[in-house]
Design a binder for this molecule. Structure first.
Ligand SMILES: [Zn+2]
Length: 228
């Protein structure tokens, strides 16, 4: 590994370590709890015991462990019954993906990228201060659930992507999947362009991906999520 790659690796790990401050911000838990209650009222979720729900929880934890070691974040990954591709985070470690987002992913690395981006919002401290109720990465609902205020901030999207690339790489997924997902997002052109340029620069400086471990379980569950 050359010196540029080595220093970039250090930078990526530096970002992850920089998130190692306080686990949650003041008020974050209460706000997330209120948002979660509104979502639960209006949006049916796949039951926690279901294979897809367990798989998403495990996949999310595998990514979160890389970036949040030692931090006391109660990570919860919930699958919502909705065929439109959609993912968002509400703070306090709570991340939501729809069945449509699972079907949208062209590979397990792409699904991991969707989750890693949401984890990135959490690790970057985007739920501190005057934060919105949610950040989303894949698609946008016309009609936000329970009137949740959802925001796409170009700077924060790029920052979450940067975390995601580090998490993907460290967890054994293909970090280039973040760019593939961003390319296919129905974002506003100015946001999509900025994200893609930043991802292109970052990925161009990375060494080739390590051995990528993708599971058969993903293929099967994706087929189910995309099913009739
Ligand atoms: Zn986002």
């Amino acid at each position: 590994m050359g010196p540029i790659w080595r220093s970039l690796g250090a930078v990526l790990l530096g970002w992850l370590a920089a998130a190692d401050a306080a686990a949650l911000c003041p008020q974050e838990q209460q706000r997330a709890r209120a948002s979660a209650a509104r979502i639960a009222e209006e949006w049916p979720a796949v039951p926690g015991g279901d294979e897809l729900a367990r798989y998403i929880q495990e996949l999310g934890e595998r990514l979160a462990r890389v970036g949040a070691a030692g931090r006391d974040i109660p990570w919860r990954f919930t699958v919502l019954r909705d065929r439109s591709p959609y993912a968002f985070a509400i703070g306090a470690g709570a991340v939501y993906v729809t069945e449509g987002a699972v079907a949208f992913a062209g590979s397990e690395s792409e699904l991991a990228a969707i989750l890693a981006h949401e984890i990135g919002h959490q690790l970057a401290g985007h739920f501190c201060g005057a934060a919105p109720d949610a950040y989303d990465s894949v698609g946008r609902r016309q009609d936000p659930v329970g009137g949740l205020v959802q925001v796409i901030d170009p700077h924060k999207e790029t920052e979450a992507d940067r975390y995601a690339v580090g998490l993907l790489r460290e967890a054994g997924f293909d970090p280039r999947a973040m760019r593939e997902v961003a390319k296919r997002l129905p974002d506003k052109p100015e946001i999509a362009g900025r994200r893609l340029t930043a991802l292109h620069d970052l990925l161009g400086r990375l060494p080739p991906p390590r051995r990528i471990r993708e599971s058969d379980q993903f293929r099967r569950l994706r087929g189910r999520a995309a099913g009739p």
